[in-house]
Structure formats: C-alpha cells, structure tokens
Design a protein around this ligand. Sequence first.
Ligand SMILES: Nc1nc2c(ncn2[C@@H]2O[C@H](COP(=O)(O)OP(=O)(O)OP(=O)(O)O)[C@@H](O)[C@H]2O)c(=O)[nH]1
Length: 221
Amino acid sequence: MSDSEEDSQDKQLKIVVIGDGASGKTSLATRFAQEAFGKQYKQTIGLDFFLKRIALPGNLNVTLQVWDIGGQTIGGKMLDKYIYGAQGVLLVYDITNYQSFENLEDWYSMVKKANEESDVQPVVLLVGNKIDLEHMRTVKADKHQRFSQENNLISQFVSAKSGDSVFLAFQRVAAEILGVKLNKAEIEQSQHVVKADIVNYSQEPVARTVNPQRSSMCLVQ
Ligand SMILES: Nc1nc2c(ncn2[C@@H]2O[C@H](COP(=O)(O)OP(=O)(O)OP(=O)(O)O)[C@@H](O)[C@H]2O)c(=O)[nH]1
C-alpha cells in the first residue's frame, strides 16, 4: 500500500460520553454529530451511537465513534463493558445541577475500574455543560478546576444549546489521544457558537430503547 493510500484510511476512535441523566450527553453528541439541538428531554435507555469524521492539523482525518451512554446505567452491569476500550471519555455534568457534579466521583471511578487491567488509560475530558445558563450556575468554576487538577484531567466548559465549544471539546480529546497539538487559531475556530434550528422531536412520551437494528448510527462529514 502506498503512503497516500495509507493516509487516506481514517483512524477510528471510541469516545464515550458519561455523566448523570439530563446533564446533556445526548444533546452534546447531537450537537457535535448533527449540528442540531432539541429542547425536549428524552431519556437515553442503554446507549446510542453517533459517528463523525473530523480533520486534525496535519491533514489527519479521524472518525469519532461517539457512545452516548444513558445516565441510568450507573448502577447497571453493562456500564463497564460500554466504557471498556474507549480511548477518550467525556465526563459530563450540568453546571446548574450540583448533584450532577458530585456524582462525577462515581462516574470517574467506573472509568478507572473498567480500565484497571489495560496498559493505556483513556484521555478524560471534564465537561461542564449548559454554560448558556450561567445565571443559574450552582457549581463554581474553581470547584471544576480543582476536580480536573486533582485527577489530572483536561477540561472544557460548553453549551450544547448554543454550540459553544462543543466541537472543540471533541476535537481536543481526539488531538490529545493522537498526540496532535492544536494551535491558537484552530482552538478559536472551534469555539464558535453554532446557529441551528431546534429539532422538533415527536411528541410520543416513549423513551428510546436499545435495539441494535434501530440504533442511530449516522455519518456526518
Ligand atoms: N439550556 C441548556 N439545556 C440543555 C443543554 N444541554 C442539554 N440541555 C437540555 O437538558 C435536557 C437533558 O438533555 P439530554 O441531552 O437528553 O441529557 P442526557 O445527559 O443525555 O440524559 P440521559 O439520557 O438521561 O442520560 C434536555 O431538555 C436538553 O434540551 C445546554 O447546553 N443548555
């Protein structure tokens, strides 16, 4: 295989998104992969998948497999298996919900437990979501910084609603995994607030269920 053929084959990275129910994990994945946001809350039962191809500096194309894991899986038997083998983890809380921040200890323990036997540990990004609701913030920024420093995590504040820094969050994780350095211009470009239409979900009160045939596997470029 020639160098150029080899270069044209994308690397795939498994990125899991975990954190309390309603902290905004599905909204972040949807914003990232589909550039859309839905106001209505639909609990994720089990997990959902998204795929998105991004370009990193140096003409490096990489496909992110985003595993959006339902908040209710915390006590369940499957969580270990979902997290296992992830190269990147987004540890998400809602800045207006203190409990969602406190529960990060448990979520982070699950990440460590799922990977205790592997040599390579995933890159973990601490994500404070809903910064469009700054006026309702209950988790002070210094608490966020302390948690990230104590656990040696990279960190990012985002808003799935406005799109603020969502692409940057995923891009930073991918860059960190692959040892690619993002320069200031690339970071500023990825911070942009995305303006997009609100998605109108159907009104059925039925929660999504895990069903591999119906799983929302989508590729957006
Ligand atoms: N204002 C605001 N609302 C948000 C934001 N992100 C998510 N939401 C809202 O928060 C609610 C929960 O969002 P989801 O993305 O479904 O939360 P989740 O973490 O996937 O929840 P589970 O499926 O239960 O694990 C929804 O009503 C979203 O519209 C945000 O950045 N800002």
